[in-house]
Ligand binder design. Structure first.
Ligand code: GTP
Ligand code: MG
Length: 600
């Protein structure tokens, strides 16, 4: 059968998953009357909640007797490692670009990876239904981007489609149609059939899946030869070790799921059951004369965080998995599938250093663990400093901020204070498009401040570019925090009295412990307060007469907001039902003693 393998790549939110959903609908993967809801491809709980793709996923459809394997990829820069490796399964890519926003930092990154693999992209200018969109300008900008990324003549000759995934049409011109068939035809026409090398079996494992019945499942493209059920094979690991094993079961992709088959020919994507102890990047090869495919290199992590067991007074109250053994096993297991993640032991048996691609990458891991029942403590995210040619160097990123004109100077001021340098400023519709070069350190906590000072209007995106010399001190959080003096349950009575000191992260009636961060101080410097005093009023803040009614509602912070909020002497306690910020050293006197020691 004729096959096409294609990955859908783009900057975050440019409409990849929406397009894949439309492809599934167009090719009737569902019964006509089947209600599938929105974005069925974003199937993981966290993905649904956040409306973003975190894991790349395979789907497969048949159109005009051609089998099209479609790979949906995540657009957020923190998950770039995921995109890099699944591109190995693709013979071409659909590069989606938002008709208003144009190429964004992650567009550049994913396109660069595709071009380096010698793929010839199909460009789709999406969202032309948006008011103020500028499809022609965006097309020119995409061409310029290809050019700047040293695209070959052939790659520069990319076919372009226009349309709106949301409204369900694409065409090779700006003339609207009522379906996506022109794009489907384009995929068949422009995506080459898989190149099949002559020789015995070779399949590189680029992804993995779990099943409670079948265990770990290896996913990849059969590059050469044929793979069969029950076939003895060699698993060739990246470190050179070769293991003799046997294929148990084989599956190909079909619709959103998989179909069991007895053999898979070169060119198709498949899932292999029965291979043990494999890692992503390993090659499944011939039993007699195995040959490995080149190892997959994924960009290095740029950020790290300390993960420790929960050692707060509330240890073990909420979670199922609380020991350092649990924590270590879980982290090590994660590194098997999360290629851009690295875990190292530290001097302390209870703490591990976890390296990742950014706040969201690490945040998703922490969030997943907490849903699985883990309790842990995480420290302030740190960028990875390297010694390059004897110079202390740190990661830099390109930061793009789009804001309404009246906020432009505020945005520039904010980024400059964090050692960012403006490189581009231009008008884009009724927005100012500003680009900066800024140390990654400066980006931590920037989003909240940026949104506050631009009335929520700023659109920000950033992505790692390179290591450059250390830029010097960057100011941290302005204000101090309010800390609980003693453990106990907070009262409306005392919170009411403390309101003029700042705002709270907790409600009346919540259980707190000494040294826990319960609010933000209006001023710099931390303040230890007693939130549990008095005259215990009811826990309920019923609208009504008691003093509690006048307490401003607490500020709820997401895990990632907490990660960007805490300072070096603080950490976050994460349990299945709670996220609490606290001082690393809970006792006030001890904290003062240590900070004096540090100063001297
Ligand atoms: N106006 C408009 N909105 C669209 C269109 N296509 C998608 N969207 C919206 O854009 C948002 C993001 O769409 P997704 O398909 O989730 O984008 P994505 O590229 O998969 O995003 P990530 O997986 O997070 O990188 C959703 O709110 C969609 O409804 C379009 O053609 N026009
Ligand atoms: Mg998506």
């Amino acid at each position: 059968m004729n096959i096409r393998n294609i990955a859908i790549i783009a900057h975050v939110d440019h409409g990849k998953t929406t397009l894949v959903d439309k492809i599934l609908h167009t090719t009737k993967v569902f019964r006509d009357n089947q209600d599938t809801g929105d974005l069925i491809m974003d199937s993981n709980d966290l993905e649904k909640e956040r409306g973003i793709t975190i894991f790349s996923k395979n789907a497969s459809v048949t159109y005009n007797n051609v089998k099209i394997n479609v790979i949906d990829t995540p657009g957020h820069s923190d998950f770039g490692g995921e995109v890099e490796r699944v591109l190995k399964m693709a013979d071409s890519v659909v590069l989606l670009v938002d008709a208003f926003e144009g190429p964004m930092p992650q567009t550049r990154f994913v396109l660069q990876k595709a071009l380096q693999l010698n793929l010839k992209p199909i460009v789709v200018i999406n969202k032309v239904d948006k008011a103020n969109c500028r499809p022609d300008e965006v097309h020119d900008a995409v061409f310029e981007l290809f050019f700047n990324l040293d695209a070959t003549e052939e790659q520069l000759n990319f076919p372009t489609f226009y349309g709106s995934g949301k409204n369900g049409w694409f065409n090779d011109s700006l003339t609207p149609t009522d379906n996506i068939l022109p794009l489907m035809d384009g995929i068949i026409k422009y995506v080459p059939e898989p190149k099949i090398a002559i020789g015995n079996l070779q399949m590189q494992i680029t992804s993995l899946d779990y099943s409670s019945f079948l265990g770990r499942i290896a996913i990849g493209k059969v590059a050469r030869g044929t793979i069969k059920e029950n076939q003895p094979i060699c698993l060739m690991q990246a470190d050179g070790v070769i293991k003799k094993q046997r294929v148990k079961e084989l599956y190909v992709f079909e619709g959103m799921g998989k179909r069991k088959v007895t053999e898979v020919l070169a060119g198709d994507l498949c899932a292999v059951v029965g291979i043990e102890g494999f890692n992503i990047g390993d090659t499944i090869a011939d039993f007699e004369a195995p040959e490995a495919l080149p190892v997959i290199h994924v960009d290095e992590p740029t950020m790290s965080m300390i993960f420790s067991i929960n050692n707060s007074p509330f240890f073990g109250k909420d979670g199922k998995f609380v020991t350092s053994r649990h924590l270590r096993d879980r982290l090590m297991k994660e590194t098997e599938k999360n290629l851009a993640l690295r875990v190292e032991d530290t001097d302390s048996a209870d703490s591990f250093q976890v390296f990742g691609r950014g706040i969201l990458h690490l945040g998703v891991l922490i969030e997943t663990m907490r849903r699985e029942g883990y309790e842990l403590t995480v420290g302030q995210p740190q960028v990875l400093v390297k010694d390059i040619d004897g110079k202390k160097s740190e990661p830099y990123e390109i930061l793009v901020v789009d804001v309404p004109e009246e906020f432009a100077s505020k945005a520039i001021d904010l980024v400059s204070r964090r050692k960012g340098e403006m490189t581009v400023m231009e008008t884009k519709g009724d927005m100012q498009h500003i680009e900066f070069e800024v140390p990654s350190r400066g980006l931590i906590g920037l989003r909240t401040t940026m949104l506050t000072s631009t009335a929520g209007e700023a659109v920000m995106a950033h992505r790692f570019t390179e290591y450059k010399p250390w830029k010097g001190a960057i100011p941290g959080r302005n204000n101090g925090v309010l800390l609980a003096k003693e453990g106990g349950n907070t009262t409306a009575y005392s919170l009411d009295k403390l309101q003029d000191r700042g705002f709270f992260f907790i409600d009346p009636g919540e259980e707190v412990y000494r040294g826990m961060v319960i609010g933000e101080n209006n001023k710099p410097g931390d303040l230890v307060v007693n939130p549990n005093e008095g005259k215990k009023l009811t826990n309920m803040r019923s609208s009504g007469t008691d003093g509690a009614a006048s307490i401003a509602p607490k500020k709820s912070m997401t895990l990632e907001e907490c990660m960007e909020y805490i300072q070096g002497d603080e950490c976050i306690e994460v349990t299945p039902n709670f996220i609490r910020m606290r001082k690393v050293i809970l006792d006030e006197n001890e904290r003062l003693r240590v900070s004096k020691q540090m100063k001297s």
